[in-house]
Design a protein around this ligand. Structure first.
Ligand SMILES: Cc1cc2nc3c(=O)[nH]c(=O)nc-3n(C[C@H](O)[C@H](O)[C@H](O)COP(=O)(O)O)c2cc1C
Length: 298
């Protein structure tokens, strides 16, 4: 494995803490010193984080992310050490914002968001995310144009009863469902863009981050959505607003050429598109949620 931990034998006291947190039993004690054996290590860095003597290092996995807009604190917050009320308030204050100021977002801030996204968990620690930054309004509008072209084609097809019938015979009712649920609102959105330059897709955002995953990863979709979740929250705490744009994800999923135009590789898929910018909306309180009842096992 590329990221085998290196254990400084001089520093290691043989306390065994690194062994106890290793999920793969990849470390053992040999003559009172920790030693990495076998190739089961997945590079999660738990051994490094557990070592009080800084005896463990993983090449290519720097602990400092090099954030430009956040002062990094590297000490571990034990469970219960972060104010839950602050956290819940942050979670509840994030909004999907649909009116952005034209002000550009500094690239360094977008880069910080990507780095913060990469602190999310990933299946078997694959960290196989891909992040694509659209750094200005021109690039966002360009992707918006490609997406609009996709939906224009899809709307034409969905409006045709023969296409819907053929699709139903060979591929199920997804085109019919799209026609019933989305055709009209998409048509209105396209008309608003063409006639009045009103951007109902990206809501006028001056930047966007596309979060994808490499197909070799064990859970690329879940990984990408978790990273996107981190990005949404971090953006809010950094003074930015966001909105997930599922329409672009759909367009890229169904039209490989569109994805390729954006530079998305053949072994990669985009799972979340995050519009980013300075929000023009103001709220006084948090939004409500349905009160869901969990299911309990007897
Ligand atoms: C997977 C996903 C896709 C979404 N796609 C869009 C979208 O294309 N356009 C949009 O305006 N909002 C989109 N949203 C935002 C939701 O409408 C929003 O999360 C929901 O209304 C709750 O509002 P809140 O995010 O402010 O709590 C999307 C949200 C998710 C989770």
């Amino acid at each position: 494995m590329a990221h085998l931990p290196h254990i400084d034998q001089q520093r290691c006291s043989g306390c065994g803490l690194c062994l106890s947190v290793c999920p793969e039993q990849a470390i053992r004690l040999v003559d009172g010193k920790a030693e990495v054996g076998g190739d089961s290590c997945m590079g999660c860095g738990h051994c490094q984080a557990a070592c009080a003597l800084q005896a463990v290092r993983l090449a290519d996995m720097p602990v400092e992310l090099g954030l430009r807009h956040v002062s990094e604190r590297l000490e571990w917050l034990a469970p219960g050490r972060f104010d839950a009320a602050d956290l819940v308030q942050l979670l509840r204050s994030r909004r999907s914002v649909r009116t952005f100021q034209p002000r550009e977002v500094p690239l360094s801030l977008l880069e910080d968001l990507v780095k913060i996204g990469s602190t999310a968990p990933s299946g078997t620690n694959s960290q196989a995310w891909t992040f694509t930054i659209l750094k200005n309004r021109r690039q966002v509008e360009w992707l918006g144009g490609l997406t609009a072209a996709f939906f224009r084609r899809l709307n034409r097809r969905a409006a045709n009863p023969l296409w819907r019938l053929a699709a139903r015979l060979f591929a199920g009712d997804s085109l019919g469902r799209y026609y019933r649920r989305h055709h009209d609102s998409v048509a209105q959105g396209l008309a608003a863009w063409e006639e009045r330059g009103e951007d109902r897709l990206f809501h006028g955002a001056p930047a966007a981050i596309l979060v994808g995953g490499e197909s070799w990863a064990s859970c690329p979709a879940e990984d990408a959505l978790l990273a996107a979740g981190h990005i949404l929250l971090a953006a809010h705490s950094l003074g930015l607003s966001t909105c997930l744009i599922g329409f672009v994800v759909e367009a890229m999923r169904h039209d490989r050429r569109l994805a390729q135009e954006v530079g998305i590789g053949r072994h990669e898929q985009i799972y979340a598109v995050v519009a980013v910018g300075y929000g023009a909306e103001k709220y006084h309180g948090v939004a409500g949620r349905r009160l869901l009842t969990p299911r309990y096992l007897p």
